[in-house]
Design a binder for this molecule. Structure first.
Ligand SMILES: Nc1ncnc2c1ncn2[C@@H]1O[C@H](COP(=O)(O)OP(=O)(O)OP(=O)(O)O)[C@@H](O)[C@H]1O
Length: 514
């Protein structure tokens, strides 16, 4: 019943197809004719719509089956059609015994998907068109995203209060398998294990390292890749992804736009390679890489010194922040920075210029050679004299020093709405510690209401390097990507697009911008 469905009154007619019914196979696959619609069986068809696969099946009405050909329909609903967004299509194949089998991620709820299958027996005359039609479906389903990614999966068995293993097997692995990804799964055995795994990985053998963990394991993976003899190549070739299974899941929130393991798995399957700025931190004689944030003062202390409040769940951070804000705690330091964009209007312009670009269709960075280690430090280390271009400015009443490379720091905290994955900058927030209590409380509320960026007392700049020297405090907290480091001066330098992640857009974070 080829094309018999596109009648005037047909609810299933896709207006976007009007007048554009050029057989896809003629456009894309030589001279074999297969339209956007594939007839499957006597009373069913599959059509490539604007952004979804449209399934029309008269049989659905008759049977009202809860699981007819893999399609779940609510009994009693008079529907013979349904659409499956191309984004949810995981795979499609033409089996040897003449069936078309389509694997997709079925939305169980707003927060979870699970793999499901539609399969139909093909009529003899449709068989020859099917391969071209499947190729068109997969083109739409994947766009420029790589298919059948080769994924090294790292599972932190202690991540997310010990749930990561179960989440991987129940929610993540089935999606990867249905999408025909090549998987190599390993459990991390001890703290620092992911550094070693990444350091020893064969750069050419994997496309992705996906961490079923919080943000600690991705931090280790970036650092392990950074230690390789071909560090720059490995960081450019292997994308680091997170399947959110920890207590802090910022990487997934920013790149996948979700805290849900199964939705994140789908986002990774469909993710576009995206260059990510990485930040070299030098402290003492150590050089490490940071992908997420550095904080000195209130945020570091709230994050690291409130372990005893874990029972509070996510309220712990808000409470810890509130107590210090109201207490007008100050964290004095001297700071020198290479400022790239120094005011909020100009920052908005930078952000809009990037967000208005079309999504890139490929990763256009040159791939570094096999002997390319980490880039040299343009500004030296924290142990070198302060670069002559920099000026050390005393911040005697500093309350919050927070440098962010991504937007979301936690699900309800889009602290750095203007941040961009590869603008060569880290966004820096500074707030005085002696602001009025009422203003302080307003600041906290403003984060949730997306008004934080605009507050006058929130100093927000884009910088490419800095040095911070805490002073007048015997001890305190410094956090790099959520991990505590010694309370000593450190220096940071951004390397534009040194790392790689997978994102939905290819160039932006999944957070509301400015
Ligand atoms: N088998 C293991 N035993 C002990 N520590 C481990 C193991 N595997 C990984 N780790 C460590 O666990 C730390 C936390 O990892 P994760 O990335 O899951 O972040 P998190 O969100 O901070 O964790 P959590 O959910 O446990 O609070 C990392 O520093 C990592 O080195």
């Amino acid at each position: 019943m080829t094309m018999a469905l596109a009648g005037e009154d047909d609810p299933f007619k896709d207006p976007s197809l009007a007048g554009t019914q050029t057989p896809l196979s003629q456009q894309d696959h030589g001279d074999r004719v297969a339209g956007t619609t594939l007839a499957v069986g006597r009373n069913a068809s599959l059509t490539l719509g604007t952004d979804s696969l449209i399934v029309l099946d008269e049989g659905l009405l008759e049977t009202r089956s809860a699981n007819c050909c893999g399609i779940s329909l609510t009994p009693g609903k008079n529907k013979t059609t349904r659409s499956i967004p191309f984004f949810n299509i995981l795979w499609a194949e033409h089996s040897e015994d003449g069936e078309i089998v389509i694997h997709y991620a079925h939305a169980e709820s707003k927060h979870a998907v699970r793999p499901a299958i539609i399969s139909y027996e093909l009529e003899q005359k449709e068989r020859e068109y099917t391969d071209a039609w499947i190729a068109s479906l997969l083109d739409r389903a994947y766009g420029p995203s790589q298919r059948r990614k080769r994924i090294k999966v790292l599972v932190n068995p202690f991540g997310g209060k010990g749930k990561a293993q179960k989440l991987y097997h129940r929610r993540i692995a089935p999606i990867f398998a249905a999408a025909q990804c090549e998987l190599d799964v390993e459990r991390t055995q001890y703290n620092g294990h992911a550094v070693e795994i990444a350091q020893n990985i064969n750069t050419e053998a994997y496309d992705v390292i996906a961490c079923c963990s919080g943000d600690g394991v991705p931090h280790e993976v970036f650092n392990g890749l950074g230690r390789k003899d071909d560090a720059a190549r490995a960081l450019a070739r292997i994308a680091v992804a997170q399947l959110p299974c920890g207590s802090g899941n910022a990487l997934s929130l920013n790149m996948n736009g979700t805290n849900s393991p199964s939705l994140a798995a789908l986002a990774v399957v469909k993710g576009l390679r995206t260059p990510l700025d990485l930040v070299s931190i030098t402290q003492g004689d150590k050089r490490t890489l940071s992908f997420l944030s550095q904080s000195v003062g209130i945020v570091a202390e709230t994050d690291l010194a409130t372990e005893h409040l874990r029972w509070m769940g996510s309220a712990r951070f808000t409470w810890g922040f509130f107590v210090r804000l109201v207490g007008k705690t100050i964290y004095p330091a001297d700071i020198a920075a290479m400022v790239e964009v120094d005011n909020k209007d100009a920052i908005r312009d930078v952000y809009s210029a990037e967000s208005s670009k079309p999504p890139p269709s490929y990763d256009d960075r040159p791939v570094p050679g096999t002997e390319t280690r980490l880039p040299n430090l343009k500004w030296g280390t924290v142990n070198d004299p302060l670069p002559s271009e920099w000026e050390l400015v005393p911040h005697d009443k500093l309350g919050n020093f927070y440098a962010g490379n991504m937007a979301y720091m936690s699900p309800d905290a889009n602290f750095f709405p203007a941040s961009l994955p590869s603008d060569g900058c880290i966004d820096l927030i500074r707030i005085r510690g002696d602001i009025k209590r009422l203003t302080a409380i307003g600041t906290l509320l403003a984060i949730a209401e997306h008004k934080f960026f605009d507050l006058d007392h929130v100093d927000y700049q884009k910088i490419s390097a800095y040095r911070i020297i805490p002073k007048n405090q015997p001890d305190g907290y410094i956090s790099i990507d959520g991990e505590r480091v010694p309370f000593e001066p450190f220096q940071a330098e951004v390397h534009r697009g040194l790392g790689t992640v997978l994102s939905r857009s290819g160039h932006m974070y999944e957070a509301k911008g400015v």
